[in-house]
Design a protein around this ligand. Structure first.
Ligand SMILES: NC(=O)c1ccc[n+]([C@@H]2O[C@H](COP(=O)([O-])OP(=O)(O)OC[C@H]3O[C@@H](n4cnc5c(N)ncnc54)[C@H](O)[C@@H]3O)[C@@H](O)[C@H]2O)c1
Length: 271
């Protein structure tokens, strides 16, 4: 078995939504473990910058401009990957359209459609082409990006929640379709991760998000990347159709801070 650091040597990994945040960190992690990395996003400049930084570290990276909701752009992207490398071993469908928070009745229909287009249609189209390439290879592994919001629900984010819940359903259906063809398909469901969204929201929002998790802290992009790499590698060879929370315990339930029978503090710090 390859040691950590060499797990992806000779492999080709694709990350859709790789220009920043979790996607860029996961592309860097794949490259650091020896993979040739294909980066997809709508902004060529942004993925070129990430690809360049990977090459500076001695890695192999190819940036392709593509909107995940655009069938012909995604077909073209996979053609380029196969022409260049001949194989696709791992894929991470990470792109999203988070949208602006609003209660359901205030959300306009176009914003709802936009959210579902990137999350559900984009994940479907991405998997469609990745699976076709992997069937030709004789196997592979795909990880889709959901959220704890797609598991538990979150107020003010109906399009996002519907999109992420849909990605979980798509993942399970696809995992079953290809379980006997050597293609494993799983989904990760992070809680609050420190990326530019929470950075832009400021210290107060970060503190509140951290306190909403039982671990009382934000996750890091590296923690999500590590889970994605593990799900795509041989060490996870009997795992398919799984929803992996990366959420500091958020989806496990409610962490009480007070003993509800006696009204006393409960847990760490309690007298
Ligand atoms: N940051 C968090 O707290 C958190 C928590 C749970 C889940 N997530 C999920 O993790 C993923 C990444 O989150 P992030 O915080 O790094 O977000 P981000 O907005 O920084 O990254 C999203 C990436 O997707 C790309 N993208 C968006 N629409 C696209 C499209 N139509 N086609 C191609 N690329 C497109 C963007 O350019 C960017 O590279 C998202 O799917 C998000 O829903 C994030």
């Amino acid at each position: 078995m390859n040691a950590v650091g060499q797990r992806y040597s000779g492999k080709v990994a694709l990350v859709a939504g790789a220009s920043r945040g979790i996607g860029a960190a996961t592309a860097r992690a794949f490259a650091a473990e020896g993979a040739a990395v294909v980066l997809l996003a709508r902004s060529k400049q942004a993925i070129d910058d990430v690809a360049l930084s990977i090459r500076w570290q001695g890695g192999e990276a190819l940036a392709i401009e593509a909107d995940v909701g655009d069938e012909s752009a995604m077909a073209r992207a996979l053609d380029i990957v196969l022409q260049r490398y001949g194989h696709l071993h791992a894929a991470f469908n990470n792109a999203t359209d988070g949208g602006m928070p609003a209660p359901l009745a205030d959300l306009d229909v176009e914003a709802f459609d936009r959210g579902l287009r990137t999350n559900i249609r984009g994940t479907f189209i991405g998997m469609r082409h990745q699976i076709r390439a992997m069937v030709r290879n004789g196997g592979g592994a795909i990880v889709n990006m959901a959220s704890v919001a797609g598991v538990n629900g979150t107020s003010g984010l109906s399009a996002y929640v519907a999109g992420k819940a849909g990605i979980i359903g798509l993942t399970k259906a696809a995992a079953l379709d290809y379980a006997d063809q050597g293609i494993r398909i799983n989904v990760v469901a992070p809680g609050p991760i420190l990326t530019h969204h929470l950075e832009a929201a400021g210290a107060k929002a970060q503190e509140q998000a951290a306190l909403s998790t039982p671990m009382r802290r934000l996750g890091t992009v590296e923690e999500v990347a590590a889970a994605v790499l593990w799900l795509c590698c041989e060490q996870a060879s009997y795992i398919t159709g799984a929803v992996l929370p990366i959420d500091g315990g958020m989806s496990a339930g409610t962490k009480l801070s007070v003993n509800y029978r006696r009204g006393e503090p409960l847990g760490k710090g309690a007298d």
